[in-house]
Design a protein around this ligand. Structure first.
Ligand code: C5P
Length: 234
């Protein structure tokens, strides 16, 4: 499994995003995450522009709908030549299988497809009281991850602290993509369950997603390089 650092480009315009990417030297092409805010404001064209500059793209749109709608949407996303995208595991195994069908290109290749299990903003108490899920959050994450694996997905998004639960249930080859990354000596912002890049590597993350520690840094290139050094050991 390839390991990499993904920068969460949580900007609200194409201009801000491209200005940010311009800071990186010609030979440095970080893996970039485009989320709902940027995609809904700048549209598919921002994906094409960033791709054209040579970056890999994780399109984080967290699809959750009936299988047919998800399949057709995934066909559109596959045509954007992205490298990774995601769905909610709560959409069921059938929906996840439909997502894979839609994402698979005529030559049999496809972007990586990962599932959101339980959002890290959902507490166990709310999950049990509001969603009437009568299990612990750990059990739910393990089961949703297992469903994603059964449907043929490549991995899940989870907190680094949950990566070991996922690996235990689904095997080492099942990918853990983990946000909630902070340097040991920097602010937590609004993230609660955080881990440093070095610790995420120890725990078994395959891809770390890092936003503000890089995007809000006075020297984003140095901050990104530090993430790479700590996470990939180079
Ligand atoms: O700035 P920060 O490093 O906190 O950004 C983390 C990124 O990962 C954001 O784009 C956030 O939406 C995303 N994310 C997260 N927690 C999840 C899923 C996604 O922080 N459970």
């Amino acid at each position: 499994m390839a390991k990499d650092v993904i920068i969460a480009c949580d900007f609200s315009s194409a201009e801000a995003t491209l200005n940010f990417l311009d800071k990186f030297p010609e030979g440095t092409k970080p893996f970039v995450k485009i989320g709902m805010e940027l995609f809904y404001s700048a549209g598919p064209d921002i994906v094409r522009q960033i791709k054209k500059r040579g970056h890999k793209i994780f399109l984080d749109l967290k699809l959750h709908d009936i299988p047919n709608t998800v399949k057709k949407t995934m066909q559109v996303l596959a045509s954007l030549d992205i490298d990774m995208t995601n769905v909610h595991a709560a959409g069921t195994i059938d929906m996840m299988k439909a997502a894979i069908e839609g994402l698979t290109r005529a030559d049999g290749t496809r972007p990586l497809l990962i599932a959101v299990t339980q959002l890290t903003s959902t507490s166990e108490e709310r999950m049990q009281k509001e969603l009437l899920i009568n299990a612990t959050i750990g059990e739910t994450i393990a089961q949703y991850a297992f469903n994603a694996k059964s449907a043929g997905l490549d991995g899940v998004v989870c907190s680094p602290l949950e990566a070991s639960i996922v690996k235990k249930r689904c095997g080492e080859g099942f990918c853990a993509v983990t946000p909630g990354i902070r340097f040991a000596d920097s602010a937590a912002d609004d993230q609660v369950r955080i881990t440093s890049p070095a610790k995420a590597r120890e725990i078994g993350s395959d891809y770390i997603v890092v936003g503000r520690p890089v995007t809000a840094s006075e020297d984003p290139v140095a901050a990104y390089n530090r993430c790479v050094r700590e996470f990939l050991g180079k």
